[in-house]
Design a binder for this molecule. Structure first.
Ligand SMILES: [Zn+2]
Length: 226
């Protein structure tokens, strides 16, 4: 889809606004002017000014005293930015041996300099990956991605399946442990009946894992609802 302007014409701070609004939208939240000012550490009038400019460009709907909303165009630009970011991260990890934990800062610099053509070539070279190294879904060139609405494993019903996306960084030891057991973005998980309220029994690929409820609350999955 080439009818939208490419991100090369978007200034970094406008990009940040779009991405922030997009993340809030995915999380079913809204964010108002004062919260945006707080988040970006700027004064409210500068937020208002930016929202007006974004409104003029047709990326955001903004009326005073109402939280701004993305337009379809704004949403499609945000999706493109996310695709670009996540493909670059994937490429750096899989082809240049970057560590997943260090790749984000590198890509923050790089993403403003690459063309759409380069991104499409990287996508092809990688075989159109669905997930980045952090387990986040990568939108395809039409802006579609696997269900972006992640839920925690603890909310998956017994006898139901889900697809592992990522684990929260709050328990790094457990994260390493699960990775060593072969749990990676895209692994199929089925919650079995454990007979215990505070413990889950989870089939991960060929393995059967027991895990405390509080660990399952840190694991993000895509509900299997296709
Ligand atoms: Zn990143």
């Amino acid at each position: 889809m080439n009818e939208t302007s490419t991100s090369s014409s978007v200034s970094p701070s406008a990009e940040e606004y779009l991405l922030t609004l997009f993340r809030k939208e995915v999380g079913n939240e809204q964010i108002g002017t004062s919260k945006l000012a707080e988040l970006f550490d700027v004064k409210a009038p500068s937020v208002t000014g930016m929202l007006r400019r974004l409104h003029k460009r047709g990326w955001v709907t903004y009326k005073r005293y109402r939280p701004p909303e993305l337009t379809d165009l704004g949403r499609s630009i945000a999706t493109k930015l996310i695709r670009r970011h996540r493909l670059l991260e994937t490429y750096l990890v899989s082809h240049l041996e970057f560590d997943p934990d260090e790749v984000h800062d590198e890509v923050e610099i790089l993403e403003h300099a690459v063309s759409d053509t380069l991104i499409d070539r990287i996508d092809e070279k990688l075989g159109h990956p669905a997930f980045d190294p952090h387990g986040e879904p990568i939108p395809d060139e039409n802006g579609h991605s696997p269900n972006m609405n992640l839920i925690t494993l603890s909310t998956v019903a017994e006898e139901s399946s889900a697809v592992f996306s990522r684990m929260d960084n709050r328990d790094l030891g457990m994260k390493k442990h699960l990775t060593s057991l072969g749990l990676q973005p895209g692994t199929n998980l089925t919650r079995m009946s454990s007979g215990q309220a505070d413990q889950l029994l989870v089939k991960a690929g060929e393995r059967l894992l027991k895990m405390p409820e509080k660990i399952a609350q840190l694991i993000w999955v895509w509900p299997d609802t296709y």
